[in-house]
Design a protein around this ligand. Structure first.
Ligand code: FAD
Length: 399
């Protein structure tokens, strides 16, 4: 029986395992370095007061109804192509007939001094928990006065979503703790000439206006140069802050660069794949790791997984292999409560209705990796507020 190994339990890895979990003629091992799956679209919500469980989903639970999948928790450090074997950090060796790499992207500080030490992150569940605790403490442990500067670096979707949600969260924490309320400044800093550079100029303009209404000050053409404990140095001057959040900078997972004998990379460090998303007949690479036009989005990772599942099944049953995995994805960016911008190709729509659609779209996002029943359970509870702080935690819905 063919042994398929899925390296990485993110959007692509979990979707692929779920697609193949009832296939009788293959055995699957899914390897992930963490026990949980990160639902990244909800991370900014987890930072700003909602339950962490909307972004952290146990992997075993996602595959509990599978007939042929074993889950191994461990970090893959090496591949031996000749022996068809992966090596894990703990020394374990796992052989494969075919392996699919879906290890996701990694953080990148571009070597900017001080960011690694002093800034907070928002890209992992661990980052989100740390940041939430920090935001809460920086407001409440300071002589009951909320007067801080919060600086978010990077005006891609992650930075914009967080900037849009942060103001309401700060007001909520301040209200619950009865803080004397001084206006808290939120800056969104972007090195490029406009925010949301991956979207159209029209979408970018609408979001700038929306952020301004929410009191977020957007600083474009502003390159971050260094950070100390209490200041951020930029190309246009200093900003005093102990609350700097790094939402910019991703790069490919370093695993691929470390194995040049197996993977060829493009100029940006992503893995060059053929029309089947393969680098060789027994190795696929997909999701954020692959150098494809639309990589970098969860929807693309899921599309790649569907494509590879079909390809594997077609090869087992000697039927025609699927042909196309490239398709533009829709993009929706929520900005504060009850307002989102939507873009598909050149169509841009924004407003409250889009926000409602965005919330419902999460049902599909969760369904991709959980199936419909578990997805609905998570989604139905995704407006619940949660905090370790006894004053804040009333487990009530957050508006
Ligand atoms: C904050 C944030 C918000 C986002 N919001 C959206 C959004 O709203 N919509 C959207 O379409 N996209 C969004 N994205 C992008 C989306 O998360 C990615 O495109 C998607 O996760 C890629 O899926 P993947 O399967 O390739 O990788 P991932 O989902 O990142 O999964 C990779 C998995 O591999 C594991 N792993 C890594 N290295 C190893 C190793 N050496 N050994 C074992 N396991 C390993 C990781 O822990 C992880 O579980 C967001 C990203 C971030 C950071």
């Amino acid at each position: 029986m063919k042994h398929i190994v899925i390296a990485g339990g993110g959007f692509a890895g979990i979707k692929l395992a779920r697609k193949l979990r009832k296939q009788k003629d293959i055995r699957i091992t899914l390897i992930n370095d963490l026990e949980y799956f990160r639902y990244s679209p909800a991370l900014y919500r987890a930072v700003t007061g909602f339950k962490i469980g909307i972004a952290r989903l146990p992997i075993e639970w996602m595959l509990i109804d599978s007939d042929n999948v074993s889950v191994v928790i461990g970090r893959i450090t090496d591949i031996n192509r000749a022996n068809k074997e992966l090596k894990l950090e703990d020394g374990q060796k796992i052989d494969y007939d075919e392996v699919i790499f879906a290890l996701g992207a990694a953080n990148n500080y571009f070597g900017i001094e001080g960011l690694n030490e002093y800034s907070y992150g928002v890209k992992t569940v661990h980052d989100a928990i740390q940041l939430k605790v920090h935001i809460h403490n920086s407001l409440t442990q300071k002589a009951k006065v909320a007067d801080e500067n919060f600086v978010i670096i990077g005006a891609g979707p992650t930075g914009v979503e967080l900037a849009g949600a942060l103001g309401a969260y700060l007001i909520e924490v301040a209200r619950k703790h009865k803080l004397k309320h001084h206006p808290v400044k939120i800056y969104l800093v972007e090195a490029g000439p406009r925010i949301l550079p991956q979207m159209s100029e029209q979408a970018s303009r609408k979001v700038s206006q929306r952020l301004a209404k929410l009191g977020v000050e957007t600083l474009v053409n502003t390159a971050v140069q260094s950070e100390t404990l209490s200041e951020l140095k930029t190309s246009v001057g200093m900003i005093k802050s102990k609350n700097v959040i790094w939402a910019a900078g991703t790069q490919n997972n370093p695993f691929f660069k470390e194995h040049p004998e197996v993977f060829s990379l493009n100029k940006r460090g992503y893995v060059i794949v053929n029309k089947h998303l393969q680098v060789s007949p027994d190795i696929y690479v997909c999701g954020d790791n692959a150098a494809t036009t639309y990589s970098g989005l969860a929807e693309t990772a899921v599309r790649h997984a569907n494509f590879i599942a079909k390809d594997i099944i077609a090869r087992i049953h000697h039927t025609g292999r699927p042909k196309h995995y490239e398709k533009a994805s829709m993009q929706v960016v929520p900005v504060g409560n009850r307002w989102s911008v939507f873009q598909y190709k050149t169509l841009v729509i924004s407003g409250g209705l889009i926000s409602v659609i965005r919330r419902f779209a999460d049902i599909f996002g969760y369904t991709d990796v959980l199936g419909p029943i578990k997805a609905l359970t998570i989604w139905a509870n995704s407006d619940r507020f949660e905090d370790d702080c006894p004053i804040c935690d009333k487990s009530q819905r957050y508006n």
